[in-house]
Design a binder for this molecule. Sequence first.
Ligand code: KG4
Ligand code: ZN
Length: 336
Amino acid sequence: MKILGIESSCDETGASIVEDGVQIVSNVLASSIAIQRKWGGVVPEQAAREQIKSIVPVISESIENLNDIDAIAVTVGPGLIGSLLVGVETAKTLAYAWNKPIIPVNHLVGHIYGCWLKENTKEDFNVPEFPALGLLVSGGHTELVIMGSHGKFKLISTTRDDAAGEAFDKTARLLGLSYPGGPSISKAASLVTKKDSCITLPRPLLDNSSLDFSFSGLKTAVLYEVKKQKILSGDFISQMAFEIQESITEVLVKKTFIAAEKFKPKSLLLCGGVAANKRLRERFEEKMNDYPKIQFYCPPIQYCTDNAVLVASAAYFNYSPIAWQEINANPSLEIH
Ligand code: KG4
Ligand code: ZN
């Protein structure tokens, strides 16, 4: 079965056809990140306007033959309402005009299905087994979930304040680095090694027995360090970036493996935009050596951040079309 996925929850406009949930047939992505960068973050109205410009060309480019598509899937939330509406209304119109079934997709669930993509791997790729423990780390979410089977999620913990991606974005901004902060911090951090770094930042909630996360204190700690400087030297920026990345990744890894000890999953899934972080992936892979019974999955780097492949894949494994009239954007949709 070939599903056309449509993604427009934030500043990326994506359309993709995926076969049987794992095989990518086409994948087109337009991004307004370069425009958002000028403002140091996403301006919702601007992101929505860019979605309107891109949605039809992106969808057209993703489709070679309309007869190939069995169904349409669209992200209905969470996200920015203006951006979401563009994808949702376009998908509904196409479902009606082309007489195709339509499936609403939760963006967070989409991120998790990045771990099912065939490109994921070597030849002998086996899909994740259940129960799976997922760490979902994006610009707006930091959540640990247990996945009992397809579409069955139990939220175990979340962030009490900022999300991990938000922490990267906000601290990057304090250092004068460009949006999105994750890749900028990662690049600046790569210029130093541990022995060069003489700054120590807090590891929020690291020794707390709760599985919850909290990253706003890290942002405040960075702000204090920045205020102490007369000018932000290149060395200072790199050392701070290194320490920010160490702090965030250490907390994410520690909490996830406490959850792994507790829930004893068969698979561990790392997903969401922050999963593109090489240091985070490396730390997870290192730690997996202590857990030979758990299989580790993480989407290829280009499928960690927002794209429509994730939407089409999630819709295949949770195939439940509804009438197009009943599909609505929901900016605060949660995982459950
Ligand atoms: O999943 P995503 O594309 O959008 C949301 O659903 O939020 O995630 C975007 C977030 C941003 O906060 C961005 O800074 C972060 O993912 N990100 C990274 C990296 N690439 C993107 N964070 C750390 N390292 C990266 N390489
Ligand atoms: Zn996302």
